[in-house]
Design a binder for this molecule. Sequence first.
Ligand SMILES: Cc1cc2nc3c(=O)[nH]c(=O)nc-3n(C[C@H](O)[C@H](O)[C@H](O)COP(=O)(O)OP(=O)(O)OC[C@H]3O[C@@H](n4cnc5c(N)ncnc54)[C@H](O)[C@@H]3O)c2cc1C
Length: 438
Amino acid sequence: MCVGCGLCVYQCPSGALEMGWNEYGFLTPNLAGECNSQGECLTVCPFNPHPEKKISTENEISQNFLTDELNHHPKIGKYKGIYAGYSDDYRLSSSSGGLATYISAELLEQGIVDHVISIKESPNREMHYEYAVSSNKDAVISSSKTRYYPVTLAKMLRDLHPLEGRVAIVGVACFIKAVRLAQYRDPELKKKIPFLIGIICGGLKSKFFTEYLARKAGVIENIQQPQYRIKNLQGSAGDYSFGCLDSQTNSNKTIRMKTVGDMWGTGLFKANACDFCDDVTTELADISLGDAWIKPYHLDGRGTNLIITRSALSDKLIQQGIQQKRLNLEPLTIERLLFSQKGSFNHRHTGLSYRVKLAGKNNCLIPPKRFVREKVSFDFKIVQLLRMKIRRKSLDVWKNYPDALLFDKKMNFSLKLLKGATTFYHYKKAALNKLKIK
Ligand SMILES: Cc1cc2nc3c(=O)[nH]c(=O)nc-3n(C[C@H](O)[C@H](O)[C@H](O)COP(=O)(O)OP(=O)(O)OC[C@H]3O[C@@H](n4cnc5c(N)ncnc54)[C@H](O)[C@@H]3O)c2cc1C
């Protein structure tokens, strides 16, 4: 169960671990030398099946780091404020409302940190994107936009100590958790990294996802500069496109994601570990940023963020932005926030207990999880089972048949079955809710 964060490589005392591509298009650690460790690597793994009690889940870890006076909700963790909106300066050059870029730039401009570590284009063309350091506003802007591509923190963290000054790191929930675990073990890292920007994540994709989309767009070889969230400014926020450079014709090829089908609710090309992550809103970051997938925000193709502040400092940055009229935000109720990420909560909280049970039966080691006592109806179990099978099958099929037409053909029946099962589940739920209201 690995997401490729690379913290194990950073923690490895003998330097025997290094990151590399596995056969399914994920970055994972490989043993490349003599292992003389007593399991130190595992202590920073976000999916460690045997963590210390004091840091066993996000609930315990947050007690060590999010220590300001905060509210708490079992589904979203500790929080100070919840908002929806955008940054006037960065919205159009960002994937959503531009808050990740805004906060990164403010941290630098206000001298809260000297560097921001986030994702940029890699000089290695095969990698496409990688973690890199930005030390000024322009560099931060060049790291805007969502990249659904495997990345690792391994090298970046190893290079951190010689880097002068304090840093902020941008990451999805499992990477942020790994950084918190490293900070727990090494308090120096707590001083070195005073701010974490959390990106709300619905699941990490294999590099096969990029290959598939590129082929759907008509680029067969030598994919360059993949762009995952090309906005339709006249359409809705969900109506975005994938695009990449076709180096043979030196032209950009794009495809509307609407025409590709559901890539997120189906589990296609997803990492197995993501099915065992119950942190929907990146609970351990100082600020969590996602998309406001609710009315009226999602009707605006320019993009709108969902924002959860989890420290006095992050909330101050938000309040300053509102006062200076650089942020166009409004408060959001917790119910609206939950509704905005409904699908993710449903899959990762409600469905989790069934997946954990299944994994246990198959003798898989599972880290301690919250939400394992949720009741799962028979029809939702079927949906879970189909999603798990589709996740696995999509990776196997693409590994053997990296051709979009063939892939669609081979996945068609399973996807139809899932669609049927999901429709039944939703109708039944809606009918039961109606009866309850009456
Ligand atoms: C794999 C993945 C899945 C996501 N799933 C959801 C979801 O289910 N629901 C939801 O509401 N939002 C999800 N998001 C977040 C959403 O796509 C936006 O990134 C978020 O709303 C921030 O938008 P922004 O305009 O503020 O960011 P921008 O201003 O465009 O900045 C984006 C920031 O994210 C960093 N970044 C880009 N790719 C990655 C990556 N792979 N890992 C870590 N950091 C990265 C960039 O370097 C930059 O700092 C997901 C993001 C990723 C990477």
